[in-house]
Design a protein around this ligand. Sequence first.
Ligand code: NAI
Length: 250
Amino acid sequence: MEIVFHDKTALVTGAGSGIGEAVAKGLAASGARVLVQDLNLAAASRVANEIAATGGLAKAAGGDVSDPAAVEGLVAQAVDWGSGLHLLVNNAGIAGPSAPVGEYPLDGWNHVININLNAVFYGMRHAIPAMLQAGGGAIVNMASILGSVGFANAAAYTSAKHALLGLTRAAALEYSAKGIRVNAIGPGFIETPLLSALPPGAKEALITAHPIGRLGRPDEVADLTQYLLSDKASFITGSYHLVDGGYCAQ
Ligand code: NAI
């Protein structure tokens, strides 16, 4: 199945590392122009340069996606560069503090909600008018298996990811008939720097929680993302797609 994104412009947030990097590289390899966004501009530039070195079209952008003005600027930059915005992957996210609810730090709660939830709303709020202008588009919101099941000591992360599913469904109801499909992905635990804060031994425990017997790879999430953004998924909207090695089947 060949997926082609010629003449499509994509904005991928948090694309300087892990899943976002794999998504940006995959989209570029399929012909999209990719605005590679990350809070860490040096990381975004590295990814954009690597894409360009393989003949792809990419541009790096910095900024904090929890700042609505920054997100508005990113969408404008993508529109100006690519003659419209067609694809959005709201991927930037953080793990946040690890603590039970009764001890959860208030500033940590707000930080996680701002990046993992509010920023996704800002992305859609600004990208959707641009996509309508461009004649349609597709959006993928990077949720998690923790969008549908709980996880101890990660209340803010779990709450933000659950809320992303509601946001995805509401937007799909509003815009699917207008040519914009909106879906969410629920990765299981994936080998990326996000897991670097895990305490010793935690990774081994996580592996046993995945019936497939290992953690996932960023490219496995990127492949699903690319499919959902493509015309191959033309009847898929408002839904939540697991790529979790069987984690949620138990
Ligand atoms: P990562 O830590 O490798 O990459 C996240 C990127 O987001 C980093 O480059 C970081 O600089 C950027 N970022 C953080 N805050 C930002 C902000 N305010 N503005 C712009 N960029 C920002 O993490 P990973 O694993 O690639 O995660 C990507 C997404 O996938 C996140 O939404 C995460 O919650 C989700 N996810 C990850 C899983 C995992 O096990 N790695 C499992 C399920 C979901």
